[in-house]
Ligand binder design. Structure first.
Ligand SMILES: [Cu+2]
Length: 258
């Protein structure tokens, strides 16, 4: 009888130490798999959220960009260059709206695409004006111009940097390691130059183009907060709940400020 008790308690000790070890392993796993690709959208079973951003009211009067202070830039543009601050498409929709899933996306490390996002400087304009990257995804800043630029992102959560780039200089590849929507990017030489980068911890974001629409695909089933950001008109949120393979639409409407 006594032997059995001893045997059982020994077995207990062995089991307990076994447990402790496996917990330690589980906790350490994410660190040691730092190079792992991470979570990716589920193209086959994920849900799709699409929508349109409409604009109501009168488009604000915007001055054309004045490049006269810099002949190298001005000579590229025989005609005045329209501001990109508000682009209302022919159908009354809004371009350059950054739409992203702000809340509800499962925690965990989402894979950063190895392919760099590209922000070029062409004719002393950042192209694209608005774009997005996944946290940790490389961004290639290019200079296609015959003039100097000075790239200067102005983040609040990420590390600020400020680097000049010679005419047609080598691309600069950078990363942001914190989620931040949006990071404004200016050029210290040309005050009109502005780009905006949405840095998101997952790949569920889009930017509206000439039809004002967006599409976010591969979302796991769940309840989400979707946010639409516009540089002039601010932010709006909407809730959406999706099941596997669902297609739902979420529209936003921005109005002219009075
Ligand atoms: Cu510049």
């Amino acid at each position: 009888m006594r032997k059995t008790v001893v045997a059982v308690s020994l077995l207990g000790l062995v089991l307990m130490s076994g447990c402790t070890r496996s917990v330690e392993k589980a906790e350490k796993a994410p660190e040691s798999s730092g190079g792992a690709p991470g979570l990716t959208p589920d193209a086959a079973n994920g849900a799709t959220v699409t929508g349109k951003i409409t604009f109501t009211g009168t488009k604000p009067a915007l001055r054309d960009i004045d490049m006269s202070a810099n002949p190298a830039c001005q000579k590229i543009h025989p005609k005045p260059v329209a501001s990109e601050e508000v682009i209302v498409n022919s159908g009354g929709t809004l371009a350059n709206v950054f739409v992203w899933v702000k809340a509800g996306v499962p925690e965990g490390k989402w894979a950063a695409p190895p392919t760099p996002a590209v922000v070029d400087q062409q004719g002393c304009i950042y192209t694209p004006h608005v774009s997005g990257v996944v946290v940790g995804q490389p961004i290639e800043f290019r200079n296609s111009d015959e003039t100097n630029h000075n790239i200067h992102p102005l983040p609040r959560q990420n590390q600020e940097w400020n680097e000049s780039q010679p005419p047609k200089g080598d691309p600069k590849t950078k990363k942001f390691d914190q989620e931040e929507v949006m990071v404004p990017v200016k050029c210290n030489i040309h005050p009109w130059m502005r780009a905006y980068l949405g840095v998101v911890r997952h790949p569920f974001f889009a930017v509206t183009g000439s039809d004002g629409s967006f599409k976010i695909a591969g979302l796991p089933p769940g309840k989400y907060t979707v946010e639409a950001w516009h540089e002039r008109f601010g932010r709006q949120e909407a809730e959406v709940t999706v099941k596997a393979k669902d297609s739902k639409s979420v529209d936003f409407r921005f109005a002219a400020k009075k």
